[in-house]
Design a protein around this ligand. Structure first.
Ligand SMILES: NC(=O)c1ccc[n+]([C@@H]2O[C@H](COP(=O)([O-])OP(=O)(O)OC[C@H]3O[C@@H](n4cnc5c(N)ncnc54)[C@H](OP(=O)(O)O)[C@@H]3O)[C@@H](O)[C@H]2O)c1
Length: 379
């Protein structure tokens, strides 16, 4: 093949392929989105024009209705940066916290989202190690995943193994790495341990239970209803407590013959903190890693003293602060997806433009497993 031209048309791109073996040329018309990965890194991706893409933007704090579907300019990656065309975006409870103001966004308007998979469409000047067409994923900062395209620092991008589907990758990056640090680094789960996991059928909870089971622990999960209980059982919970029908502390005491559990993984916060402390065995660990029901009240040290308890409030970002830690965590997640230890549950997908609906369902406890947004142009 001698040359390859990309000619922009209104809705599609036209490639003119010219072959050296004959003087003829042929034209192939294919959808624009399928071609993004073919752009040459040495050529300007926008021919000097400022391309607009669609993204969710939040101008003021509030309910899901404050999430607006708007045009934004993405621009070109600078030194050390890449631009990706997102193909699948993970929804996380942290996105809700930013929308409501539980955590403060750096500026308004802002685009939420901290987990996505995409295809590299441009690389910044002089960047090596990443090229146009690579499939990468990221989790954490910078916020802005709810967009058709996004600029990222190259050092947060993790190559996605070709065997792993984009939706699956987007559902396990942030949640899977959180499960990884929780069971392998924050409190090291071992055979013989008994642990309690709140929201066991949730995005993080589902992966956490599967991982802890594989490590040999006895896993007790709490959920709100029968359907979620069935999922939690499939995900490796040896005992499931439906907290809307049963008292969690009483059941945990029964299951553990009064001893209590070695660790509680509590992402619910305000509603569960007190029961979590009561469920712990002597020298147990309270791992408080989220607050889907609201911030827990301040915890007096005296609450820990009666059983010499440990309390930690970990954040994934602190455990993946270096590139080595990030690669290790993502590597363990992808390896465990590939070898079947982790089964990603992409139970809900929504078009990106309907991210507000996804948030309403997440906050309304209507979801289980992971939620993934698909850019409208790819669905
Ligand atoms: N520290 C970190 O680095 C880190 C990283 C990732 C996630 N997290 C935290 O992990 C938690 C789980 O995140 P996720 O994205 O996987 O969400 P999720 O667990 O899929 O969704 C939240 C679930 O929590 C339960 N829940 C209990 N009370 C609730 C309430 N008042 N409002 C809403 N949900 C309630 C519900 O399950 P039931 O119906 O069974 O009650 C609900 O489905 C969040 O708190 C998040 O902030 C922390």
């Amino acid at each position: 093949m001698g040359s390859c031209n990309l000619l922009t048309t209104t809705g599609a791109l036209v490639i003119r392929l010219q072959f050296t073996s004959s003087s003829s040329s042929s034209h192939l018309r294919i959808p624009r989105r399928s071609l993004t990965a073919l752009r040459c890194s040495s050529a300007p991706t926008s021919q000097g024009k400022k391309e607009m893409v669609k993204a969710i933007r939040i101008h003021e704090l509030g309910g899901p209705e404050v999430m607006k579907w708007e045009e934004v300019q993405v621009g070109e990656p600078k030194q050390g940066e890449i631009r990706i065309r997102t193909t699948a975006i993970g929804v996380n409870f942290i996105d809700v916290y930013f929308r409501k103001g539980v955590y403060s966004a750096p500026a308004f308007p802002f685009t939420p989202g901290m987990e996505a998979v995409g295809v590299v469409t441009a690389v910044g000047p002089g960047l090596t190690g990443r090229k146009v067409g690579d499939v990468v994923a990221y989790a954490g900062n910078p916020m802005g995943a709810y967009a058709e395209e996004q600029i990222l620092p190259a050092n947060v991008a993790i190559p996605v193994p070709p065997s792993i589907d984009h939706k699956v990758a987007a559902s396990v990056m942030l949640k899977g790495m959180t499960a990884h640090i929780l069971v392998r680094r924050v409190f090291k789960v071992e055979r013989g341990h008994t642990i309690l996991v709140h929201a066991a059928a949730g995005g993080v909870g589902s992966l956490l239970c599967q991982w802890a089971n594989a490590l040999g622990a006895t896993v007790i999960g709490t959920v709100s209803n029968e359907e979620k209980a069935a999922q939690a059982t499939q995900d490796g919970c040896h005992h499931v407590i439906i907290y809307t029908k049963e008292d969690v502390v009483t059941r945990v005491k029964e299951i553990t013959s009064g001893k209590g559990v070695n660790a509680v993984y509590d992402s619910v916060g305000k509603d569960t903190y007190k029961a979590s402390v009561e469920c712990l065995a002597s020298r147990g660990f309270l791992v408080s890693f989220g607050q889907s029901s609201g911030r827990p009240d301040p915890i007096p040290l005296s609450d820990l003293a009666s059983k010499s308890l440990f309390l930690t409030r970990p954040s994934l970002m602190h455990y993946t602060a270096t590139r080595e830690e990030l690669l290790e965590s993502a590597g363990e997640v992808f390896a465990n997806v590939a070898n079947g230890v982790l089964r990603a549950r992409v139970n809900h997908t929504y078009p990106l433009s309907e991210a507000g609906r996804a948030h309403a369902d997440l906050e309304g406890r209507k979801t289980s497993g992971s939620i993934v947004l698909i850019p409208d142009s790819s669905s």
